[in-house]
Write a protein that binds this ligand. Structure first.
Ligand SMILES: [Zn+2]
Length: 253
């Protein structure tokens, strides 16, 4: 199978002729690094869309991708309501709850209960200060339209492999064992290197693919240096390969 990082928490998973998306987010602002040259029309082929939570950097492009592809979107009931209010027809929305399993052949997706990372005060204050000239623009990316909803981690079975994707760096339910690939987010706290490394320690996967470390919507985001994260993983004496993805490049698993 192949996996393609789309920036932020977004991934395309490809097995045989079938593609599915997790948290696709393409519409970055002009200052974002890296830029994303793909648009919703490049995803007319996808079979299903899986969403971890409702924030703009996980769902803003979902209505357009559903329109282009006709694919169903699996998300919490609250996020489905937000997507419906943003024009997604209810027959394409699949309200989902923890422990539900969804077949999108050859993929099986299981929703695990998760939590959103808690932004720390230092990060909140510096982000607000950096954003003070763009508060009108940024206010359109928050509130009811992009409410968090219930947060899921997605446990994926495909081709005899187990993949685990978290959209935000907090987990209440450890996945017990045998995770081959862990897609771990690295953004949202001043001490995120330690927080994300601790998630890796708990999951103990065969391969780590960090994501969400990019500057996807400055000044709300920042580029996260992954060196401290790698150091924090090694300090936990975990000899796991860490593959840092580049945007839109295929990773063979
Ligand atoms: Zn979020």
């Amino acid at each position: 199978m192949q996996l393609r990082w789309l920036g932020t928490a977004g991934f395309e998973l490809i097995s045989g002729g079938t593609s599915v998306l997790i948290d696709p987010y393409l519409t970055r602002n002009a200052d974002a690094t890296p830029q994303q040259n793909l648009s919703p029309s490049d995803f007319a082929h996808v079979k299903a869309i899986f969403i971890t939570h409702g924030h703009f950097d996980h769902t803003i492009d979902v209505p357009q991708i559903v329109r282009m592809s006709g694919a169903p979107a699996y998300a919490s009931p609250a996020v489905c309501q937000s997507l419906a209010a943003r024009g997604v027809p209810w027959n394409r929305l699949k309200p989902t709850w923890p422990w539900k399993r969804v077949k999108a052949d050859p993929f099986i997706f299981g929703a695990l209960p998760a939590r959103h990372v808690t932004f720390d005060p230092h990060l909140v204050i510096t982000t607000l200060w950096n954003s003070r000239m763009k508060l009108m623009e940024i206010s359109r990316l928050g509130g009811h339209r992009f409410r968090t909803g219930e947060v899921f981690g997605w446990l994926i079975d495909v081709e005899g492999k187990k993949l685990f994707h978290l959209g935000s760096a907090c987990m209440i339910w450890g996945v017990s064992n045998n995770i081959d690939v862990f897609m771990v987010p690295v953004q949202g706290r001043t001490d995120i290197a330690e927080v994300s490394a601790e998630l890796v320690r708990r999951v103990r996967p065969g391969l780590v693919i960090p994501h969400h470390f990019d500057d996807f919507y400055p000044p709300l985001s920042r580029t996260i240096d992954l060196a401290p994260f790698e150091v924090a993983v090694r300090r936990r004496v975990i000899d796991v390969p860490i593959q840092i993805p580049t945007i839109n490049s295929l990773i063979e698993l």
